[in-house]
Design a protein around this ligand. Structure first.
Ligand SMILES: *Cc1c(COP(=O)(O)O)cnc(C)c1O
Length: 376
């Protein structure tokens, strides 16, 4: 089992292999049924105008579906635009932060939004609260803060946090839910803006952002837009809000992305909604954590069970076993994207357990890891 003696020519017996070998944390597994439905749409959808009914009805279906999935209270709106989550951070800097934001920074993604806010000359430097990698900090109410930036699941480390309004806080609560959305429970009363992209739990492609916005967040965007601040139109949330209310985007979106995402939301709703989809992720992630807890050579990276993610699991390996070799061996056998987040730099595997991923396939995956470790 020494690093030197391993080889990646191990052939995992076919009966041990999962049916679908995609365990990446984004882009992630897309259900084959969704791709078939897209192909079956033939000439009636792809290649047609996004300003006409055939596309607008799918956008409408997506917006209504998300509203139902998250049981959005009256007045909340589903807003969407191009550019993915990274683009939404800059949109939020221009359109949602009035004077000062507070960021919980506990990994690559949460740090990036804070960095974006720091660059903006028209707002104060943000408050950034950090914690050790593998854990998350808590927000602290501060009267000078008008936006609290939380992250439901930090995809780089597999740390998740419950979404709650910080006690005593008066600002709006904006949550990066890019990997958590659809796979983890959330109460819409606890946020003003819950934003994500389609290439993770929603099993579609990247390049789009979606924000579930409360009346307070919409009001905030309108007030800032009317305040005289220079906002590039593509980053002006009020333009996106107005287009979304018409089931459109400001500029041309990727129609396939919208179709696949709408199909995924429909699948979640048909099977029981968020309790179904979050339930699947909870069951699948438990398979990984229970296996790692019982393993002689693996252990969950996140030590506090309450902070362990239900959608992105991270597992450390003992020094004698090179996780890179395991990931490469799995890859050679058709099981892909179990490598850890590259900048975390740990001897680790990262295994996504998004709603689309079958729990039986996760059970098979951990058996495959055992097989590889025994064989090297
Ligand atoms: C993937 C991810 C992002 C980046 O999403 P893009 O759509 O690629 O910009 C941001 N935040 C979190 C938590 C993510 O998982």
């Amino acid at each position: 089992m020494s690093e030197k003696s391993v080889n990646t020519s191990i052939i995992i017996p076919a009966e041990l292999l999962p049916k679908d070998g995609r365990f990446g944390s984004g882009p992630s597994k897309i259900r084959p049924q969704a791709i078939e439905a897209l192909a079956a749409s033939g000439k009636s959808y792809l290649g047609t105008s996004h300003r006409q009914k055939s596309v607008k009805s799918v956008v409408h279906e997506l917006r209504a579906g998300l509203s139902a999935l998250f049981s959005l209270p009256d007045g909340y709106e589903v807003v969407l635009g191009n550019g993915g989550t990274t683009y939404f951070w800059d949109t939020a800097v221009f359109s949602l932060i009035e004077a000062k934001s507070q960021h919980l920074s506990f990994g690559e993604f949460s740090a990036k939004f804070a960095a974006s806010a720091k660059l903006a000359p028209f707002i104060a430097d943000p408050e950034v609260i950090k914690s050790e990698p593998g854990s998350h900090p808590e927000a602290v109410a501060d009267p000078s803060v008008d936006l609290y930036a939380l992250t439901h699941n930090e995809t780089s480390t597999g740390v998740a946090m419950d979404i709650r309004r910080p006690a005593g806080a008066s600002g709006i609560v904006a949550v990066d839910a890019t990997s958590a959305a659809g796979g983890m429970f959330v109460d819409a009363e606890e946020f003003d803006c819950y934003y994500f992209a389609p290439q993770k739990g929603f099993s579609s492609d990247g390049g789009l952002w979606i924000a579930l916005m409360s009346p307070l967040a919409i009001e905030r965007a309108r007030a800032i837009s009317g305040s005289g601040r220079y906002i590039p139109p593509a980053l002006d949330l009020t333009i996106s809000i107005d287009n979304s209310l018409l089931d459109q985007t400001y500029n041309t979106p990727a129609l396939a992305t919208i179709f696949l995402m709408a199909n995924q939301v429909e699948w979640m709703l048909e099977n029981g909604g968020l309790s179904f989809s979050a339930g699947r992720s909870a069951a699948s992630s438990s398979v990984v954590y229970d296996w790692a807890d019982a393993s002689k050579f693996a252990s969950p990276y996140v030590s506090d069970p309450k902070m362990r993610s239900a959608v992105v699991t991270t597992v450390d390996f003992v020094e004698e076993i090179d996780a890179k070799v395991i990931a490469a061996t799995l890859r050679a056998n058709g099981i892909v994207d179990t490598e850890p987040y590259r900048k975390l730099g740990r001897n680790q595997l990262r295994i996504a357990t998004f709603p689309s991923i079958d729990t039986e396939d996760v059970e098979k995956l951990v058996r495959c890891i055992d097989y590889v470790v025994e064989s090297v």
